[in-house]
Design a protein around this ligand. Structure first.
Ligand code: PEP
Ligand code: MG
Length: 880
């Protein structure tokens, strides 16, 4: 691209608003500098440089290297040290920093700048052992990340050396040992690289920056982005910063901390540190760190400064912070701060507490919670009355309960999880490469690693139960066994994790539905103050209606009356109606059904008193109430084989039913005789239903309820259909009201669930008091994919291969089906400016879809009772 693009910013040049360009880490470092928080010096290579490189087939923009060397020169000037300088060498870290944080997914190189030339002066300055240890760490990390030398090649050499020296831990190796190890590592590198290990730090820097760019495109990063809905084209920034050392003896340390407990949300000290160590040791879970509180006694000044800084950063960012720090020879440096990942219960508690503390307003609180986190709160937990004894206990790294079959590797977990099996991934410790398995597992159990280890952070972010650091378990990955005390579990055996307590059970325990707590209610209550759209529920019974009301539904947006027909005790009457040879016979059968329907409606109207209830007239094709063709054929055949005579009543009945099934079976039943089409063929059916509705409303009213009933016609494609249907409905209403000597309003509306209806909505609106978009059928007919088969057939492949963004039956296809909803809404309102518009397809409970419905100015969404709180929340988020 153009030679004038500025690809590099000194850390002191940026601020938080530049996050898209500088990435989260770079922007936050810049912001900290603005606040006067101690941060090492350095510069950021922008995400734009990464994107331009990716778009250019991996070639850097022409002047990028020139800009890097200019920035480096300024940097060297400021800190009075130079990269590769034998006397005063500068050592830097090269770290990725995406716009949306992807913990552990991308690459980092530390200690760049140490070389044969510089190691001597570093030894003189900081000690021999430190210098050689740093050198061997550098070769190991650089070789692995930049040059692709397998990590284990270095680990094997290190292990061999320790064995040779008869020592167990790295710190037991002497400076001489480490010096020798550097030579060994160089040789290991040479063997795998097929060329000399590069010794020019500038060349190393160039390759390191490039490796960080490239790490954006690793499979694990791609899988993570997909799971989190992060776009693939954002690219990462690269931060080049002066190294500060937490491993310079007993006055140095490194650690991570959160300003609040990310599991529970409690406002308390939460973090871990390691004396005399480098940051990677903590994150990778290689050494087990100490609780942060213990830092007070060993590094009191740095500790006090850290606490103060934590408070300031939280206050400044208006959110819980996840911080990385290093103490170098008593002096505190912050290496990173970001809004911390947290569990769902923690997200709610933190948001509510921060509003109470006056640090946030209600809208800000809502913005800090993801709709998916409401989902997690609605997840099951272990039934505490189980009375079972756990076989072991680890750290309660991510709450919630997981029950499933033990698997020992991420690949198997990914395979079986995708196939719909419930598996629990059991690992010594997880690495970022395990991500595909973690995503689909019910939960994760690790033997190793702390609360801030990779497994813990990733699991919490996904709301996945995780027990980490269960140090008493023994895993034999080869033999595929998990030994916990006396019990030996094999792959496929059941296990239960309680991520809330850290307890592990060697059996499958029962789970109970989640309890919604006060914080949850508070947040959803705030959402109600903010949202514009109403939220109704789809409910077909009085019990469901009551449940929906408890969850805060403001009415029923869809009552599917066919479910009332399918109850076992009603089917005989329904079949009689279908099999009726004459209008009279049909009317008689319908008369039997009427009181039953009326009873159901009364229960619903009573439960929803004072709130609107949209009753939809019969929709499915008739054959759904009859046995299936194959079954019925087999029944007839069986009776014939039994030798039943021609006068056998059962055989006669079975044959009649079979004939009827044959007659009613359609090639494309979903595009067949259903909805308004059926009603116009057999007007006695909608008449009966209307009668039941009116009588129920009057009975309900007589009992003191306040029914507000709306009657809805399904599957309308032509205005003429609705016009005729409306006439039948209104005539029946008038008859019933007159007979009862009462008056009551019954608005009549239609579903918009066919493309033709959306496109001609202006004509249809002439006969409608309201519209409700049936986005299930609108997706089926608008995209032309079957609701019943597509997901099991090609659609899964489409989603995997990213031919489509996601499942259009789950989240609305914005451009296509969303476009049809937009057309329908606009055309409908062009006829009736105040036409009430709702959605009652599954998308009514999906946050991404809700955000589109808000944009289109619809009046309400309607979803299943359990999704009502999520919809209330998502509707508020959609207006923020
Ligand atoms: C729809 O099609 O979106 C709808 C709500 O109706 P049903 O799911 O009953 O077909
Ligand atoms: Mg439908």
């Amino acid at each position: 691209t153009s030679g004038t693009t500025k690809y590099i910013y000194d850390l002191s040049e940026g601020d938080l608003s530049m996050k898209p360009l500088l990435g989260g880490k770079g922007a936050n470092l810049s912001e900290m500098i603005k606040l006067g928080v101690p941060v090492p010096d350095g510069f950021t290579v922008t995400t734009e440089a990464c994107v331009d490189t990716m778009n250019n087939g991996g070639e850097w923009p022409a002047d990028l290297w020139g800009q890097v060397t200019d920035a480096l020169a300024r940097f060297e000037e400021r800190v009075d040290r130079r990269l590769g300088d034998a006397e005063k060498p500068l050592l830097v870290s090269v770290r990725s920093g995406a716009v949306i944080s992807m913990p552990g997914m991308m690459d980092t190189i530390l200690n760049l700048g140490i070389s044969d030339e510089t190691v001597g002066s570093l030894a003189a300055e900081f000690g021999e052992r430190f210098a050689w240890d740093t050198y061997r760490r550098f070769i190991q990390m650089y070789g692995d990340v930049v040059e692709g030398v397998p990590h284990h090649a270095y680990e094997d050499a290190l292990t061999a050396l320790k064995a040779e020296r008869g020592v167990e831990n790295d710190p037991d190796l002497t400076a001489e040992d480490l010096k020798g190890l550097v030579e060994t590592f160089k040789q290991v590198s040479r063997e795998h690289m097929g060329e000399e290990f590069p010794t020019d730090p500038k060349e190393q820097l160039k390759r390191a920056v490039n490796a960080v760019f490239a790490s954006w495109d690793t499979p694990r990063a791609g899988i993570y982005r997909k799971s989190q809905g992060i776009p693939d084209d954002l690219g990462t920034a690269v931060n080049v910063m002066q190294m500060v050392f937490g491993n310079r003896g007993e006055t140095s340390a490194t650690g991570v901390c959160f300003t609040r407990n990310p599991s529970t949300g409690a406002k308390e000290l939460y973090g871990e540190f390691l004396l005399n160590a480098q940051g990677e040791d903590v994150v990778a879970g290689i050494r087990t760190p100490k609780p942060l509180a213990e830092m007070e006694s060993v590094l009191p000044e740095a500790y006090a400064q850290l606490l103060d800084t934590m408070n300031r950063l939280e206050e400044h960012n208006g959110d819980m912070q996840d911080i990385e720090f290093t103490v170098e020879d008593g002096k505190l440096f912050l290496l990173q701060t970001r809004n911390g990942k947290r569990t769902a219960p923690a997200a709610f508690k933190i948001a509510v507490d921060m509003v109470t503390e006056g640090k946030l307003d209600k809208a800000g609180a809502l913005k800090r919670i993801e709709p998916a986190q409401l989902d997690q709160l609605l997840h099951p937990a272990i039934d505490l009355s189980h009375g079972k004894t756990p076989v072991t206990k680890g750290l309660n790294a991510s709450p919630g309960a997981a029950v499933g079959e033990v698997v020992f590797d991420a690949e198997t977990a990914a395979e079986r999880g995708k196939a719909g099996d419930r598996v629990v991934l059991v690992r010594w410790e997880t690495t970022p490469d395990d991500i595909a398995g973690v995503i689909v597992a019910q939960g994760v159990l690790t033997a190793h690693g702390g609360m801030t280890s990779h497994a813990a952070v990733v699991a919490r972010g996904m709301g996945k139960p995780c027990v980490a650091g269960a140090s008493k378990i023994k895993i034999d990955a080869e033999a595929k066994t998990l030994t916990i005390g006396e019990s030996v579990l094999r792959e496929g055996d059941m296990i239960t994790l309680d991520g809330t307590t850290g307890e592990v059970y060697a059996e499958a325990l029962d789970l109970v539905p989640p309890q919604l707590n006060d914080d949850f209610q508070t947040i959803v209550g705030w959402a109600d103050e903010i949202r514009r759209m109403d939220v109704r529920a789809n409910a077909d019974t009085g019990a469901d209606a009551a449940k929906a009301r408890e969850f805060g539904a403001q009415g029923i947006g869809l009552c599917r009356t066919e479910h009332m027909f399918m109850e076992a005790d009603r089917l005989p009457a329904v079949r009689k109606m279908i099999l009726a040879e004459s209008d009279e016979a049909r009317t008689q059968a319908l008369a039997e059904i009427l009181p039953l329907q009326q009873e159901d409606f009364e229960a619903i109207f009573d439960a929803m008193t004072g709130l609107p209830v949209t009753v939809r007239l019969l929709d499915p094709p008739m054959h759904e109430f009859l046995p299936n063709l194959v079954d019925q054929s087999l029944l007839v055949q069986r009776l014939e084989l039994e030798g039943r005579g021609e006068d056998d009543a059962e055989l006669a009945e079975a044959r009649t039913l079979l004939a009827q099934v044959k007659k009613l079976t359609e090639q494309n039943p979903m595009l067949g005789t259903r909805g308004v089409r059926l009603a116009l063929l057999y007007p006695e059916i909608p008449a009966m239903q209307t009668r039941a509705i009116v009588r129920a409303a009057l009975a309900s009213k007589a009992r003191g309820s306040e029914p507000q009933v709306e009657i809805m016609v399904p599957l309308v494609a032509f205005a003429e259909e609705l016009k005729r249907m409306r006439a039948i409905i209104e005539e029946t209403i008038a008859e019933e009201l007159q007979a009862a000597g009462e008056s009551m309003d019954f608005p009549v509306g239609t579903m918009i669930e066919l493309p033709r209806a959306a496109v001609t909505a202006d004509q249809i609106a002439e006969h409608a008091d309201f519209f409700s978009f049936g986005t299930n059928d609108l997706t089926q007919t608008g995209v032309g994919i079957s609701r019943d088969d597509a997901e099991g057939a090609f659609l899964a492949h489409y989603i995997d291969e990213e031919i489509v963004e996601g499942n259009p039956f789950g989240s609305i296809d914005r451009d296509g089906v969303g476009g049809l909803v937009g057309i329908g809404a606009e055309k409908g309102r062009s006829t009736h400016a105040d036409l009430k518009l709702g959605v009652c397809g599954e998308h009514g409970g999906d946050p991404a879809s809700i955000s589109l419905f808000e944009e289109l100015g619809l009046n309400y969404v309607s979803c299943s009772p359990y999704r009502v709180p999520i919809a209330r929340f998502a509707a508020a988020r959609a207006v923020l």
